[in-house]
Design a protein around this ligand. Sequence first.
Ligand SMILES: NC(=O)C[C@H](N)C(=O)O
Length: 605
Amino acid sequence: MGRRMQPIWLQGMGAGRRRTPFGDSFLGPSQGPRHSGTRLVMARSGDPVRRLLAIYTGGTIGMRNQDGILVPGSNLFTALKKLPMFNDEEYSREHQLPEDTLALPLTDHNQRIIYTILEYDPLFDSSDMTINEWIRIAKDIERNYEQYFGFVIIHGTDTMAFASSMLSFILGNLQKTVILTGAQVPIHTLWNDGRENLLGSLLMAGQYVIPEVCLFFQNQLYRGNRVTKVDSQRFAAFCSPNLPPLANVGADITVNHDIILKASMNKQLVVHSNMERNVGVLRLYPGITSAMVKAFLQAPMKGVVMETFGTGNGPTNPDLLWELKKATERGIVIVNCTHCLQGSVTSNYAAGMALSGIGIVPGSDMTSEAALAKLSYVLGRDDLDLQYKSKLLTKNLRGEMTPLSEDFQISLRDSKFVQLIANLLYLNCSHDLDAVRDSLTPTLACAAARMGDMETLEAIFELGGDLSESDFDGRTPLHMAARGGHVGTVQYLLRNGAKVNSCDGDRNSPLLIAVKGRHRDVIQLLKDAGAHLSPQELQGAGTELCRLAASGDRDGLIAWQQAGVDLFQTGYDGQTPLQVAEAAGNQELVSLLREHRIGTRSDIL
Ligand SMILES: NC(=O)C[C@H](N)C(=O)O
């Protein structure tokens, strides 16, 4: 018997070897080709294999013709096994690949890519896909995240732009390549686009680290939340009207490195499965009546993408505007997107201004698919209040929109400056900047919290920053928000992992800082979240209370009491605050403290 090799699929990534995708991301000049002057986001060659998971959900690509009708077709694996471009038979045999796994022939750069097919049962025409199926895909990616280098999702084209938009929001902190693809003509027919699309997707996902949800079709790799289906039959079925492709595949591959999102380093993949289902799309048309709009906006509707004319205009009919206004007042979030294929909503026209004046959120240059997905994601975030959700919708979260130009008009004293720096660090940096980012993040977050700037905190959090980390003085964003008395920010931080009793370099807890600032609402929030003053903080409390009593500082005393401190302890000289107030002749305070002592006015203090 000849010597048997260890199956190759047990080596490399599959054997549990961990690597940070970005550790391997950039191909230097000596390591391989550069294409068209762009820096490649390419996996370093020389690794024995790259393993991919191909999730087959259905769609025309695998369909079979039954009596002249196309129906979803199972067993894509067997079809691919017969095609040499998808199956290096000799290699598979020699390396004993498992039943559901195939190897591509070696790439031009000697990269071996093997892929496992996970076939859904039942398979779907994509017209039947819903948020439930997209969450299922995301969970399958999560379950298999460590074992695979990248992921290809084989999906019907009809709703693929919705799927790629939804998945871009469902999958948080993505560090690996996820590519959706499919076909206009089944892979089993002689002349089809399925082979090229699938092969291209496997090659891109197996060779490049592009930490985004992408869509590959007709030699172009697009950002998934920027695409829309524009042709029901031609092979060039998709376009990305407001963002160039991330990569073009021809004789050469050109990767548009500058626009590829930066991965959130050191963050775990998060599947946001709490997507709001009660969202919809309302396309305005000339003469639409207020009664129709009213009917559309009834419960259970929670969020609506409203497709408007041109740069975001709609009829100025007062009845219709009234219905929209009533809906926004009821808490329905409406995002204004243009029904034009290309371009952005602006506020150039009076008709557009009328819409923005009634609480409708401008959608910039988002596609309707992306806006719907974003609404579903943002409205599903139970940790945010409604006002903040509306604000978040105007922010660029996953590269789905070009930020509004006002976001770039910053000054050094403006909180937008902090936000811009955070964005630059997270979205555009090379890995040399990772260390800079890690050391600057707590400082940026503290600066934002000090200003009560929840937008920036949310941006930092969304981009993968940890909001519980302390700056060089040991202060956390919660300390800073408590100092500023920013109730909403404190609430937000507590919901997003802030440690309620952490102490800064001076051993002050957020609660003590709030007490000193007399921020009663913040004190209450912190107490409700389990905050307490430490023994060190309580040590000098008696003396501090006497000092407050001497200066007649009623609010100061109330703040200490609210934090759970007994007002009748003694100061350094054995006197109580009541005795000090008596000695100072402060009758109002004396009577308040007396009543407090006998229990009748404890509510006042
Ligand atoms: N080309 C296609 O895949 C269309 C098919 N009806 C689907 O979306 O599943």
